[in-house]
Design a protein around this ligand. Sequence first.
Ligand SMILES: [Zn+2]
Length: 105
Amino acid sequence: MSALPEKKPGGGTYLPGDFRERVADGAAKYYRRHVHKLSPPNAGGWASGLCCFHADKTPSCSVNLATGAFCCHACNERGDLIHFHQKRSGLPFRQAVRDLLGLAP
Ligand SMILES: [Zn+2]
């Protein structure tokens, strides 16, 4: 038995006020799932793995498991976790955020 996703009245663009903090809280889980050959993080939370945005053979992409920031040293793609997810999924900003938070689209 599974619960239906919660529906918010007034449409699908609701974002919680603390969404950036909540997105950052999920950064480690997200990057561990989606970045291949991810190294253990250093003291600052940075780990490196294969870049999702170019044909990467050596781990060129640094991701921060604490803050969600990322930076690829090969293709120069960089930004926060929301930007990363938008690039991967093609979703617009609000939908990408809701996706990251596990909210219904
Ligand atoms: Zn790259």
